[in-house]
Design a protein around this ligand. Structure first.
Ligand code: NDP
Length: 330
């Protein structure tokens, strides 16, 4: 590939939103590297997607220590793109990583101890060829480690200069409140909670959305397309190479089969709005002012471009919202 020259117009039509009450703005659509960037994937394809994302004003790239497979390889791929393409533009980027799931053998490679989090971030920085990440997350609550210890590790990491901000992921409303209170006392605000949210997974509407608003914390929605289910790709069966067809994918074919009638009905509403189902699914999340960004995955530049098209129509009539709710409740 040629020497990378980013699109000069990349910021002209891009939209950014303040993350809670912080000083940081995130793009409405961010890119995650959970799938499609591992050692099992084609490096050049991932590199093209990353370039296309940055060219379109996507400034936020989300990773975790264990993304791959194999675990660690998505950070390594990103590190290569950093070296080859992105280094001159580091200050234009928000790069996040996380620790919280199983990463290495023994008692120190999982969950939420200070030992695990600090060692894991050091490993991530090496894999990504970075001096610091912009956001470091605790990836999931740890029922055994005192929350104070986990939050003190996050605070320490910021004070070391290895992360500019810290976040939590998969924390409930109650856990978010407790974590944010401890972090505030330590003097390092909790920037953001990263949680699963889509038309198919709406648990955060019960309490968490109200809690993050009250605390002034941002919220980024992961798997906003329900891993591809909330697109038109499965309407005529499970295509080869799709996540549901892959042995390492987390989307199971029985999940596709049981949701497909709803997907078809939602697709009809999307068509009537002049949008793809992927675009409507993302716009539906973004309509909530408490959501800072949607964190999409993409296995091709075409998918990414389709997803970016969501920004062109983010308004829903009350009749459309009612029809969508009726389908989702069936
Ligand atoms: P999505 O719900 O956006 O699913 C992405 C997948 O959907 C793609 O890989 C692709 O599947 C398909 N897809 C995307 N766009 C289109 C399109 N326009 N048309 C058709 N198919 C499309 O998100 P992910 O589940 O990938 O999660 C996104 C990110 O969220 C992750 O990369 C990660 O950063 C984060 N995350 C965080 C978690 C946490 O615990 N904090 C857990 C999970 C994710 P295909 O490969 O089949 O083409």
């Amino acid at each position: 590939m040629d020497v990378y020259q980013p699109n000069k117009q990349r910021y002209d039509n891009a939209e950014y939103k303040r993350c809670g009450k912080s000083g940081l703005k995130l793009p409405l659509i961010s890119l995650g590297l959970w799938h499609n960037f591992g050692g099992v994937d084609t490096f050049d394809c991932g590199r093209e997607i990353l370039r296309a994302a940055f060219d379109s004003g996507i400034t936020h790239f989300d990773l975790a220590n264990n993304y791959g497979p194999p675990a660690g390889s998505a950070e390594e791929s990103f590190g290569k793109v950093m070296t080859k393409d992105f280094k001159p533009f580091r200050d234009e980027m928000i790069i996040s990583t996380k620790a919280g799931y199983g990463m290495w053998d023994g008692p120190y490679g999982n969950w939420g101890s200070r030992k695990y989090l600090i060692s894991s971030l050091d490993q991530s920085l090496k894999r990504m060829n970075l001096d610091y990440v912009d956001i470091f997350y605790h990836h999931r609550p740890d029922p055994e480690t005192p929350l104070e210890e986990t939050m003190m590790a996050l605070d320490h990491i910021v004070r070391q200069g290895k992360a500019l901000y810290v976040g939590i992921s998969n924390y409930s409303a109650d856990q978010t409140e407790k974590a944010a209170t401890i972090l505030k006392e330590l003097g390092t605000p909790c920037l953001i909670n990263q949680v699963k949210y889509s038309m198919f997974v709406r648990g955060i509407e019960d309490q968490l959305l109200a809690t993050v608003e009250e605390l002034g914390i941002g919220l980024i929605a992961f798997s906003p397309l329900a891993q591809g289910l909330l697109t038109d790709k499965y309407i005529n069966g499970i295509p080869e190479n799709s996540r549901a067809a892959k042995s390492w994918g987390f989307l199971q074919s029985h999940e596709v089969n049981s949701a497909i009638e709803k997907v078809k009905a939602l697709n009809a509403i999307a068509e009537s709005r002049g949008q793809s189902l992927a675009q409507m699914s993302l716009a539906w999340i973004l309509k909530d002012p408490r959501v800072t960004s949607v964190l999409v995955g993409a296995s091709s530049v075409k998918q990414l471009e389709d997803n970016l098209g969501a920004l062109k129509n983010q308004v829903f009539s009350s009749a459309e919202l009612h029809d969508i709710d009726t389908i989702l409740r069936k």
